[in-house]
Design a protein around this ligand. Structure first.
Ligand SMILES: [Zn+2]
Length: 154
């Protein structure tokens, strides 16, 4: 059995500087960073794949996705959906969000669409929660992201 040991901690998002979540698997050196403010995410992990002959192999994935904003949809039943935008938010995205936002099941007070471009947040719909602009001083340890990390000078 493989032991899965990970450290989950709040870190400063490298994209928007607000609080993001990092999940670091120190035994396998795999890491996931997700920012629910700007939509940035970074993943480095081994994905189990099957070859044509049925044999399994581990594919190495190293993926950094830009954050251009998020939407959060709160439902009246308490369920929440978060969508991260890894591309520019278009009018079509906004339209799609509005449809969901105005639906009967949506709790508008808990829903919003926010854009992140050129270092700035701009609310498109709804209202941000009070704790949205929570910052975090804990920078991602560059050693965790070495040697792949491109934005941090070591
Ligand atoms: Zn962010």
């Amino acid at each position: 059995m493989k032991v899965i040991a990970s450290i989950i901690e709040n870190v400063k998002c490298p994209n928007c500087q607000l609080i993001a979540l990092m999940d670091y698997y120190y035994k396998s050196d795999e890491v996931f960073i997700v920012c629910q403010r700007c939509g940035y995410n970074y993943s480095r992990y081994y994905k189990l794949e099957e070859k044509e002959d049925g044999k399994l192999f581990e594919e190495f994935i190293d993926e950094e996705l830009e954050g251009h904003g998020v939407y959060v949809l709160g439902k009246k039943d308490g369920f929440t959906t978060t969508n991260l935008f890894n591309c520019h938010i278009t009018d079509k995205h906004i339209e799609e969000f509005h449809e969901l936002y105005l639906s009967e099941e949506t709790d508008q007070e808990k829903s919003y669409l926010v854009r992140f471009e050129r270092g700035e947040f701009k609310v498109i719909s709804g209202m941000l929660p009070e704790d949205f602009f929570t910052t975090c001083e804990n920078n991602v340890n560059p050693l965790i992201l070495k040697p792949i990390w491109k934005k941090v000078d070591i």
